[in-house]
Design a protein around this ligand. Structure first.
Ligand SMILES: Cc1ncc(C[n+]2csc(CCOP(=O)(O)OP(=O)(O)O)c2C)c(N)n1
Ligand SMILES: [Mg+2]
Length: 189
């Protein structure tokens, strides 16, 4: 059996050479991972709004149909906004993908077991919500195959990562600044 995926390395793989990919990262660890992979204006970090990452990604993908959007978030964050999966699927967008970093834990708040460690299957839930394309990556080969799909397909992916927490990497936290530079990167002034 291969080693469980390290979250920092996994996200570095997903966000390698990102081009103009728009990234919405869920609060806490997913945001640290996205920042550690390389802070950029096209990253919209959520420092709160738990449960809202998929819906923010949806709004962005609707508003920017010519851009690709990747929502990168945690299992706990995704579990808090499950209804969003049905709403996103119903829109049948081509330019939005969701990747859930699933450690089976609420890592940020002390590592309490999440529902995915207790029987909930997010990929199956997404399929039940109408997502036609779902994927699970739990090793390096699976991740390497998934990475390009996240840039070109409307896929909901679960990436099973080890529960270990790397040191926090804190990208910018000023919401107004993040908003302005993101808008500027979109050419929205
Ligand atoms: C509404 C709300 N409830 C709870 C929290 C506290 N909280 C912050 S991050 C987090 C857990 C996030 O878990 P997950 O998305 O799986 O991230 P990871 O395990 O990668 O840290 C919790 C419970 C919060 N910030 N907002
Ligand atoms: Mg988690």
């Amino acid at each position: 059996m291969s080693a469980p995926l390290d979250r920092r390395r996994a996200v570095a793989t997903l966000l390698h050479d990102p081009g103009d990919l728009l990234v919405v990262s869920g609060l806490g660890s997913a945001t640290y991972d996205a920042g550690a992979a390389g802070d950029r204006a096209e990253n919209f970090y959520l420092w709160g709004a738990m449960g809202g990452a998929a819906m923010i990604g949806l709004g962005l993908a609707l508003a920017q149909p010519s851009r690709r959007v990747l929502v990168l978030t945690g299992d706990g964050e995704a579990l808090m906004g499950l209804g969003a999966l049905a709403t996103v699927a119903a829109q049948r967008l081509d330019n939005l993908a969701i990747a859930v970093l699933d450690n089976g834990r609420f890592g940020e708040t002390g590592g309490q077991l999440s529902h995915t460690a207790l029987g909930a299957d997010l990929a199956a839930i997404a399929r039940g919500c109408g997502w036609e394309r779902t994927a699970i990556a739990d090793d390096a080969a699976g991740l390497a195959a998934l990475a390009p799909r996240l840039r070109r397909e409307p896929v909901f992916a679960v990436i099973r990562i080890a529960p270990a927490e790397p040191p926090r990497f804190l990208p910018p936290r000023d919401g107004a600044q993040l908003c302005h530079r993101f808008r500027a990167a979109l050419g929205a002034g």
